[in-house]
Design a protein around this ligand. Structure first.
Ligand code: ATP
Ligand code: MG
Length: 519
């Protein structure tokens, strides 16, 4: 992979002005893993004002020393490049924002404040600034990568490259201290391990376990953002399992912990927790959007609080002896309430919370006997909203696959899908015509009466055969033609037309059914 020229050119311009600049963080990590970075970040010894002088068309509107440099690139990954002055670790007294930003003198110092070794590698693209005389430092570790076209050197004081090869997430320096400085790093460790498919190094993992409780002091918005990033990875399910193992989950979504080791009943092979996590796994494998991943993860969150032991028909209450069973009656309503609490607490957007709550509440729909009538199906579609039906099926699918015992899409579910499509389709009726009863009355100058309906029914039949006829002008001409028939004749024609319309409707319904293999 090559470094994009827009990126090289930013580095060159900074060097021409006599300053150092280094690619750092996620882009270096991804680049070394041969993955396409989603953005490119520089760190520099130039102060924000100096960067603004070099790139007058840039944006500087935060207090963290980051200037957004516009490159005029069409590519969204390289259009805005963030250039941040070397920084020292700030103290996080309120566990929200660093108290103050202090600039550092060297790139090594900047790297030492970063969280994990794989995120603490820098790439120097242009070293001309040394002739410029501004930055006089020497790279401590100067490995030049042979396969790279651009001459460049890597600054890797914490062994990040080695950890990339070993596929491990390791804290920079003392893990215990680093987590105490900023406890969000606990979640970041799990997020990066899921995102990269890496293990968390032993000492880093035990320091994480030890400091799990510090998550309580972290701003909920920061937690929600990291949680969302974790959920959006392919390994989201493993990430949630890892959060649980490290004792982090109980400070983020303790409600999910209630299902750990909780047995269900004979229809389930997994615990409540594992089932929720497996539903999330399906959602991640299908690349569902965030709200569907959260809905899948939370769909059975209400089960632990609604679990009741049910005896068998003879009243025997032994569970381990395979008699009796657990029920989770109305767990979807408990779950809806809990989902709202969880997501409110984490400060997710209102609209997203509403959508997820709805999906959790309605996820049991296939068991609802009223759904085998067309009225019942209409009610579901109206309650959920036609725009949410597909999402509801997605969550239902995650539930089914996440149970571990699902085979092909069951007949009942396919049947329901077909019925929903039927209900959503406009039925064949005179409403489809481009003229209505008033037009007939006006055109023929007649009183309202049976003749109006007769003419409309006949017109409908003719347009079913010939859809091009369904234009106002043509229909009006037809109305006058039909006016020549006697009342008896019209009555007969209408009967035939109605029969034909019913047949067409039946054929359409059958098509829908066939599509879902229910006929
Ligand atoms: P991604 O590709 O997912 O954005 P990233 O590594 O760029 O990954 P960011 O959260 O964007 O992750 O952070 C950019 C860099 O800033 C990290 O690579 C890391 O070096 C540093 N960093 C970010 N947050 C922290 C933190 N809380 N503590 C220490 N260093 C951090
Ligand atoms: Mg980033």
């Amino acid at each position: 992979m090559e470094i994009p020229k827009e990126i090289e050119s930013v580095s060159k311009k900074i060097a021409e002005a006599g300053f150092e600049s280094y690619l750092v963080g996620g882009c270096v990590r991804d680049y070394l893993l041969d993955k396409k970075p989603k953005d490119w970040d520089f760190t520099t010894n130039a102060k924000p004002e100096e960067i603004l002088k070099i790139f007058p068309d840039s944006v500087y509107e935060n207090q963290f020393g980051t200037v957004g440099v516009k490159t005029r690139s069409e590519n969204s990954a390289t259009a805005l490049v963030e250039v941040t002055t070397f920084r020292k670790e700030g103290k996080y007294t309120d566990k929200r924002h660093p108290d103050e930003i202090t600039f550092a003198k060297t790139v090594e110092e900047d790297l030492s404040r970063r969280d994990f070794t794989v995120n603490a590698i820098a790439i120097e693209l242009t070293s001309d600034h040394r002739q410029g005389g501004a930055g006089k430092r020497q790279a401590t570790s100067n490995k030049t990568r042979a396969h790279v076209a651009t001459p460049m050197s890597l600054i890797d004081p914490f062994g990040g490259q080695k950890d990339l090869e070993k596929k491990i997430i390791r804290a920079v320096g003392n893990a215990d201290e680093r987590f105490k400085e900023d406890a969000l790093r606990l979640m970041r460790a799990v997020r990066f391990s899921a995102q990269l498919g890496f293990e968390i190094e032993k000492d880093t993992a035990s320091a994480a376990e030890k400091n799990a409780g510090l998550l309580e002091f972290i701003a909920k918005e920061r937690i929600a953002e990291e949680l969302s990033k974790l959920l959006m990875t392919e390994n989201a399910a493993d990430g949630i399992r890892r959060m649980s193992k490290l004792g982090l989950l109980k400070y983020v979504v303790p409600e999910l912990e209630e299902g750990v080791e909780m047995e269900q009943n004979k229809h389930h092979i997994y615990t409540v927790f594992e089932h929720n996590v497996r539903a999330l796994d399906y959602a991640a494998q299908q690349n569902f959007p965030l709200e569907l991943r959260i809905a899948s993860l939370l769909h059975d969150v209400g089960k632990p609080r609604t679990r009741v032991f049910k005896s068998d028909s003879r009243g025997a209450k032994t569970y381990r002896g395979k008699k009796g069973d657990w029920t989770f009656y109305q767990h979807q309503y408990a779950g809806e309430k809990m989902a709202v609490e969880i997501l409110d607490r984490l400060k997710f957007p209102k609209k997203m919370i509403e959508e997820i709550a709805l999906l959790v509440r309605e996820h049991m729909f296939v068991y609802d006997p009223e759904l085998f009538t067309e009225k019942g199906v209409s009610r579901l579609v109206n309650r959920v909203g036609p725009e949410n039906i597909d999402n509801l099926f997605s969550v239902r699918e995650a539930d089914r696959i996440g149970s571990g015992v699902a085979k092909a899409v069951p007949y009942r579910l396919r049947h329901l899908k077909a019925m929903i499509e039927k209900v959503k389709k406009d039925p064949i009726s005179v409403k489809m015509l481009k003229v209505n009863g008033n037009d007939v009355i006006k055109e023929l100058k007649i009183e309202p009466g049976p003749k109006v309906g007769q003419i409309l029914s006949i017109l409908l039949e003719e347009t079913l055969d010939n859809p091009k006829l369904n234009e106002k002008e043509k229909l009006i001409k037809k109305i006058h033609e039909l006016n020549k028939f006697s009342e008896k004749e019209l009555q007969k024609m209408m009967a035939a037309a109605k029969k034909k319309a019913a047949n067409v409707q039946k054929r359409i319904d059958e098509e829908v059914m066939k599509k879902y293999f229910v006929k």
